[in-house]
Design a protein. Structure first.
Length: 105
């Protein structure tokens, strides 16, 4: 039997009927997009969603969450933790471009 024709975006998102767990949340959408890209590049299917139903009425409020399949959660959390450790420590200059990411659930 032929598989249904799905786009790359549909293949990279977990089935909503599966048990999904939150591995990351952030008030900043750009930060969440970076983490989503990290998980995508590692082949971990994930879903970026608004943390609040008010997001449509008040953009920027409520933050973003990333959900993954339960069986992928530990690997996803390890990748996120490793990427945080890879961020260079503050070298003492005033360059704000290398901020350390805040701790997440």
């Amino acid at each position: 039997m032929a598989e249904p024709n799905t786009t790359g975006e549909e293949r990279s998102r977990p089935d909503p009927n599966e048990k999904l767990v939150k591995v990351f949340d952030s008030e900043q959408e750009p930060e969440a997009m970076v983490v989503k890209g990290l998980l995508d590049s590692a082949g971990i299917e994930n879903d970026l969603a608004s943390a609040s139903l008010l997001q449509d009425a008040f953009p920027g409020m409520g933050g973003m969450i990333i959900l993954v399949r339960e069986e992928d959660a530990e690997k996803a959390r390890q990748l996120i933790a490793e990427s945080r450790r890879a961020v260079p420590a503050d070298s003492g200059d005033d360059d704000d471009a290398t901020e350390e990411l805040p701790a997440q659930a």
